[in-house]
Each structure stands twice: as C-alpha cells, then as structure tokens.
Ligand binder design. Structure first.
Ligand code: NAD
Length: 323
C-alpha cells in the first residue's frame, strides 16, 4: 500500500513549462481500438489515473472515429476538478475518412475536437502521423495554421507525431525555432526497439519536448498479446510472446518490466500507455512508483533482451496500423 502512495513523478516537457506525469494516459483504447470498453470502465479508468497522479491524457479524432475524444471528454468532466489540473493533447489531420493536413481542415478540426472533449482549449494539438501527408505541407501550411490557433487560445502548444523517426528531423530542420513544441514518437522506446534514444540529443538541442508512446509496443509486450490488426512480423510477434512467457514462468510481468524500461530515460517527458481498466491503470502507476524506489529489474531485462535479440529494432511499414 505504501508503494501506491509514492508520488507520481512529473517531468518538464521541453520549453513548454508543462510538467507531465511520467506515465501518460493513452486514450486510444477508449475508442475501442483494442476491443470494446464500456463507458463505466472508461470513466473509472480516467478517475483512477488522475487519483494516482497521472495528469496527462492523449487522444485523437481518429481513435474509434471520434469515440475516444467523446469518452475522454465525459471522463474528464466527471472528475469535477479545475481545468488546469490536467493536460490534454489531441491531434489533427488524420480521421476515419482519411488524411487532410490542409489549413482549412485542421482549423475546423480543433473546434470539433473541443466540442467532443467538452473543453475550451487543449494543451497540445499534434499533426497526427505526418508521414502520410506531405511533409512540406506540414511545414508550410499546417504548422502556420496551428500557430494561428495558438494565438487564438484554442491550443497552447504544437506537436507532430509519426512512426518513422526521420519525419521529425525533416520538419524540425525546416520550421522556425520554437514553431514545434513537442514530438510524439511511438513504438521506438520499448525493450524490443529503442531507436528513439539516438534522436534524443538532437531533440533536446531544438528545445522540443519528447513524448514516447506505446511502451507495450501496441500490445506485443503483454501477456495477452497484440490485437489482430497489429502490423508486426510473425517473427517479432513470436519473440515477444516468448519473452512474455519467460516472464510469466518466473512470476514476473512483461508489461511492468516494459513500462519500467521506457520510464527509465528521463529525457522522455511522458511514457504514454493505452489503458482501458482500473487494473491496468493501477499496474502501470505502480510500475512507475516501484521503479522510483527500487530501479529496474536488470536481471530480467538482460534475459528478455536476449530473447528479443534477433528482432531488436525491427519495425514495420508505417502505412498499416490503427492507433
Ligand atoms: P501500448 O503499447 O500503450 O499498448 C496498449 C495495449 O496494452 C492495450 O491493449 C492496453 O489495454 C494494454 N495494456 C496497458 N497496460 C497494460 C498492463 N499493465 N498489462 C497488460 N496490458 C496492458 O499502445 P497504444 O495504446 O497504441 O499507445 C499508447 C497511446 O499512445 C495511445 O493510446 C495513443 O494515445 C498514443 N499513440 C499515439 C500515436 C500517434 O500519435 N501516431 C501512435 C501510437 C500511440
């Protein structure tokens, strides 16, 4: 019990002045992306997360075709706490009907998102999966449009997200300093793939805050395994399954070890994990507090890394994924 009372660590996000909980609440599961989630479960998961010190919640109009934003909006409202006690990020440019990073679409998009979230502003608005659009359009049209939204007060900070790490350097090398406040990378800082690490000094030099999503590699690093749509190769899936089985046999949990691996790097402001139950929220929050008290389980990590060696840093084409 004492463990759960240890405070969730807050970390600064680049130059934004925001302090994000090191465990962030990924709300794509609230859009039923990983299977159905009841409204009750959605609301109680968000409530428990907030109670345990998680102050950062991420969603997108794309998740569940706007369902995630609506559920997160309801759940945050149900908290009945002042708006400045939590940080919300959503996204623009990717929708159930396809991609559109035009200034006109993203400008309309934020109003739709704010209505669904029942909020007056979001803390961060991110261009969602920019590798699917024209990166030059992102630089010359989308980010300037978001700049105007910043001036209007509908958003506080601007971010970009994507799978291939090169998209971040492409954009950040071409926009004025400070135009992009945050990057969100996913599936590149987990036990099986840690390629984001090499980019961290560059991102720091640009003053850009770093959010790392999908520490469980979108379900690969869980005992139940990934959803049917998961784009990993059969080799990667089976290696992760073997690692999960190895942990289970020794009374350890692959998801907890994976969370702790991702949380260990303090240059990452928040590790965004998708959660859809109070139990998962409690486990992931406990992973952070136990890490702060006891450090990583190095022995288990060495064994898991050995099991995953042949698939280390293996990724997949970015055109086939859900969240
Ligand atoms: P993830 O790696 O966080 O895995 C989520 C899966 O793991 C879900 O099935 C969840 O129910 C399960 N899970 C969570 N905690 C668990 C635990 N303790 N034990 C067992 N299973 C557990 O993948 P994700 O949800 O795709 O990523 C996290 C969040 O990051 C998303 O919800 C989203 O907000 C964000 N994200 C953004 C982008 C992008 O912008 N392009 C891409 C991926 C993720």
């Amino acid at each position: 019990m004492a463990l759960l009372r240890t405070k969730m660590e807050l970390r600064p996000l680049g130059n934004t002045g925001l302090r994000l909980s090191c465990v962030g609440f990924g709300a794509s599961p609230l859009g039923n992306v990983f299977g159905p989630v009841s409204e009750n479960d959605a609301i109680s998961s968000v409530r428990e997360a907030f109670r345990l010190g998680i102050n950062f919640f991420d969603t997108s109009p794309f998740y569940g075709g706007t369902l995630s934003e609506k559920m997160l909006g309801k759940a945050l409202k149900a908290l009945e706490v002042p708006r400045n006690e939590y940080i919300v990020s959503t996204k623009c440019g990717r929708y159930a009907e396809g991609f559109d990073f035009s200034a006109e679409r993203v400008t309309k998009s934020i109003d739709e998102s704010l209505a669904r979230l029942q909020l007056d502003y979001v803390d961060i608005l991110q261009c969602h999966d920019i590798e699917f659009g024209s990166l030059d359009q992102i630089v010359n049209e989308t980010i300037p449009a978001l700049q105007k939204l910043k001036e209007s007060g509908k958003i506080r900070f601007i971010g970009i997200t994507g799978l291939p790490l090169e998209v971040f350097t492409y954009v950040l090398d071409r926009v004025p300093p400070g135009a992009v406040d945050v990057i969100l990378s996913y599936c590149h800082y987990s036990i099986n793939d840690s390629t984001l690490e090499d980019l961290l000094p560059y991102l720091k030099s640009k003053g850009v805050g770093v959010i790392s999503a999908s520490p469980l590699a979108m379900g690969l690093l869980t005992e139940t395994g990934p959803p049917e749509w998961h784009p990993a190769s059969p080799e990667l899936k089976s290696a992760c399954q073997a690692a999960a089985a190895y942990c289970k046999e020794r009374g350890k949990n692959i998801s907890k070890l994976s969370m702790q691996y991702s949380l260990s790097n303090k240059d990452i402001s928040s590790v965004l994990v998708g959660m859809n139950s109070v139990r998962q929220v409690e486990e992931n929050a406990a992973a952070a507090t136990e890490l702060a008290l006891f450090g990583n389980d190095q022995e288990a990590l060495v064994e898991i890394e050995a099991i995953l060696k042949s698939v280390k840093n293996q990724t997949w084409p970015s055109g086939i994924k859900q969240s």
